[in-house]
Ligand binder design. Structure first.
Ligand SMILES: [Mg+2]
Length: 224
């Protein structure tokens, strides 16, 4: 049976070190400051598990700006410019041996794709920062620039990976949103939890399995 594994990006295959806010949130804050003069616009807003289109809509609404297509596009354009700049001095790091795990999955005949709330260019910048550009093929992914709902992003990824009906799908992610999106398409969901809070959230959401990093434990769960 054809098998596909779809990886989320933030908190799943890469993360940042050092003090919060991380590069992504910092770039969003800078974009909101540049465009609307708002300081720390993302404060108290959960970005983990979100999608860029939905986050942009929420931030614009908070700023009292009508979240039409033009406003969303200019916010995300500014965000990407700032993200590129922030990543010149800060970096993302892989969570475990992502490159090795993906290579082993491919050796087992598993197709590997992405299902992420990041817009495609944001995903590209983050993966490059973590040294994972050659590990994933962006053409085999669903992105926050495709759809606003995560389940629709997963569906888009399945289409791009040309999976036939009845294929076995595994979604790998770090939040309850990944679990729900995976459930919506009938996928098995493996959670990656780098701390106890994430583990509790994934458990409560009903993840099929939870691992610490993208390593051998993940391979066992995916190939099970
Ligand atoms: Mg995530």
């Amino acid at each position: 049976m054809p098998r596909l594994v779809l990886f989320d990006i933030d908190g799943t295959v890469l993360t940042f070190r050092g003090p919060a806010p991380g590069p992504g949130r910092m770039a969003l804050d800078r974009a909101m400051y540049e465009l609307y003069g708002l300081d720390r616009a993302t404060e108290h807003l959960r970005v983990a598990g979100g999608t860029d289109l939905a986050l942009a809509r929420t931030l614009l609404g908070r700023a009292g700006v009508a979240p039409d297509d033009a406003a969303i596009e200019s916010l995300l354009d500014s965000y990407l410019e700032h993200l590129r700049a922030v990543l010149e001095t800060r970096q993302y790091h892989p969570i475990g041996d992502v490159q090795g795990a993906v290579a082993k999955l491919r050796r087992h005949g598993v197709m590997v794709g992405l299902a992420t709330g990041n817009v495609r260019r944001g995903a590209e910048l983050k993966l490059a920062s973590a040294g994972l550009s050659s590990t994933f093929h962006l053409d085999h992914g669903g992105f926050g620039s495709d759809k606003e709902l995560r389940a629709d992003i997963v569906r888009q990824a399945m289409v791009r990976c040309a999976m036939p009906q009845g294929a076995s799908i595994v979604v790998v992610g770090d939040t309850e949103h990944d679990v729900r999106a995976g459930r919506a398409v009938g996928a098995r969901v493996v959670g990656v939890a780098t701390n106890e809070r994430a583990r509790a959230e994934l458990l409560a959401a009903g993840a099929d399995a939870i691992v610490d990093t993208c390593g051998d434990a993940l391979l066992r769960e995916v190939l099970a």
